[in-house]
Design a protein around this ligand. Structure first.
Ligand code: ZN
Length: 316
């Protein structure tokens, strides 16, 4: 069995892990080094993997490969993160830079939402289901589609950009430059912005936690804000149901991990208004099971299938 390093770089936190003998044996979570740029993040990630290996009495030489989940869009031919708005990276050569810290070690990279989808499909809420759609709701909104255990990536590796479908022609301007993207209406910051506008609050960081804290005390405005966001998300997910007809919709990401007990029943109710009754009968909407580690589990699947293509097998 092989030893793998695993990486999941998010907008606020970076997860690293070590996989050995068919199990995740170490996980570390750190804040993402926003100020340090891509090189700062690579340095943090490389040091973390080496530290975790050392703590498990493993040598860097035993490392067969590293699987990396990063925010897309990506250019996998050149190993670039094309554009990561939250991190401030443009055409950052992540694979090349990480290779400098691990010479000779195979590295594979993919979109973070797709990796989380892959992890949930094979090791979490989507196990046993052939067609799994995963959507993450946190700072942004991302998705992944896993069919028969394999990710569907699309022609330009852009499949699953649910956050940027137009959901309101007159909606707010998105970071992508378009107007009314789902992400501007149903993400964590979107809910916070809407709530602050209603309350006339200014000068505080956009945090959805403030909305949910108010909602849990029975605040009517907070309920209206979250309810509207779930209406938009339900519309978007109904498109998925109509287009893809998945066996299961898995909802993950920070907001769902912490507020899923409130959100999922609202979302399920709203979806009923947008899908056919026969679809409604079969619809499974479940919370993700792997929490913050979903991306790492997907990164494992990514690197394991990558090295398998080179004749190295980690499969029992
Ligand atoms: Zn957008």
């Amino acid at each position: 069995m092989a030893v793998f390093g695993l990486v999941d770089v998010g907008g606020t936190k970076t997860m690293t892990g070590i996989w050995r003998d068919g199990a995740m044996v170490a996980v570390e979570k750190q804040p993402t080094a926003i100020g340090g740029g891509g090189d700062g993040t690579v340095a943090v990630v490389a040091a973390s993997i080496k530290r975790l290996l050392r703590e498990r009495h493993l040598d860097v030489g035993e490392l067969v490969g590293i699987g990396v989940a990063v925010p897309g869009p990506l250019d996998l031919d050149r190993g670039l993160v094309r554009y990561a708005a939250n991190l401030g990276w443009v055409d950052y050569p992540f694979i090349e830079r990480l290779s400098q810290a691990f010479p000779g070690v195979a590295i594979a990279m993919d979109d973070d939402s797709r990796c989380a989808a892959w992890g949930e499909a094979l090791h979490g809420a989507g196990q046993e289901f052939p067609i799994v759609w995963y959507t993450t709701v946190s700072t942004g909104i991302g998705s992944g589609l896993i069919i028969e255990g394999k990710p569907y990536r699309g022609a330009q590796l852009m499949a699953g950009e649910l956050g940027h479908i137009t959901i309101d022609l007159a909606g707010p301007v998105c970071a992508c430059g378009k107007r009314g993207c789902l992400e501007t209406l149903a993400s964590g910051p979107a809910m916070a912005r809407h709530f602050y506008e209603m309350r006339g609050l200014t000068g505080i960081p956009l945090s959805a936690e403030n909305v949910f804290r108010a909602l849990r005390t029975g605040d009517g405005e907070a309920r209206a804000v979250v309810s509207r966001a779930m209406q938009y998300l339900a519309m978007a997910l109904s498109y998925v149901v109509h287009l893809v007809n998945p066996d299961i919709l898995v909802l993950g990401g920070g907001i769902v991990v912490h507020q899923g007990d409130l959100l999922l029943p609202m979302l399920r109710r709203e979806m009923r208004g947008h899908i056919l009754s026969v679809q409604d009968t079969h619809l499974l909407l479940r919370p993700a099971q792997l929490g913050e580690q979903a991306g790492l589990w997907g990164a494992y699947e990514l690197i394991a299938s990558h090295v398998q293509g080179r004749g190295i097998s980690d499969r029992p």
